[in-house]
Design a protein around this ligand. Sequence first.
Ligand code: PBG
Length: 350
Amino acid sequence: MPGLMQENLHDFHAFHERIIVNEPVAMSYPVTRMRRLRRTETLRRMVRETRLSRDDLILPLFVVEGRGIREPISSMPGVFRHSVDTLVSEAKRVRDAGVPGVILFGIPSEKDARGSGADAVDGIVQRAVEGIKSAEPDLCVMTDVCLCEYTDHGHCGIVEADDVRNDPSVERLAATALSHARAGADIVAPSDMMDGRVAAIRASLDQHGFDDVAILAYAAKFASAFYGPFREAAESTPQFGDRRSYQMDPPNRREALREMRLDLEEGADVLMVKPALSYLDVLADAKREFDVPLAAYHVSGEYAMIHAAAERGWIDGDRAMDEALISIKRAGADWILSYAAVEVASRLQS
Ligand code: PBG
């Protein structure tokens, strides 16, 4: 306390002692009161740092063969498997809710070792893209590029001697991405985690005149237990082993940055972290490190947990869902892929 005289200094200490022993004094308690700006909803609105917008949201959709199909997925309440015709009506609902994009997952009726359905000209996703783009041209249509829904063994690549082989898989993935671009996809999103697939996809798209089709790379995709309900929905559970030889090990944070940097160097336009909630640190790291748009996938298990607890009356499902998505935005996501996209968008609208 420079400038204070000795006796004033004594008063000062006495004053503080009184506060500490909680005697009444003229001026007391905190000068800084955080609660002042939390008093009313108006004030809370005025100091809110993060806002979820409908523009942030992307809805994942599952498409199956057939007609008139809208089949519920038991572990994901409110999520359905659609045939192309009902998918197109669903796309209209998405647009009406103000959600700008969808990501498509195809479930073929036949599977084989090389995942032939993945790049078939008349494949399920290819027809779904055409259907949605002709009905809703303004909707951004993204496609998940992977083999696991199309292979009989359920792995994301080509298997030889129980090993998922990288380079032959990359070739198949590039062919798949190209077939999605030919069908009219705006963005292709490789989710397989093979090394070098972004470069191969970029080269193949450019070679065939699709230089304006963007790549959303599932760059930091972890080998997660939270994909369980998706695998039921997409019938893509591996028939042997697991995905740990290609998806990331959950404890690794620096490795995630390295994965993302590589995909960026290979030509990715948008980088994704997946799952979202258990990896918000990775998302925040990526926000500091990179200047490209970042996506986060609020995956099937994360969605299912909220619904399961809400069904039992243990939590308020709507509030928990909104809180989950805002935390993903706060951590740094520009795009949030969520099965709750339409319901959350409708709440934002009202
Ligand atoms: C395909 C793929 C998966 C998910 C998205 N793309 C499953 C997996 O890797 O096993 C999971 C999405 C979700 O759980 O919502 N490789």
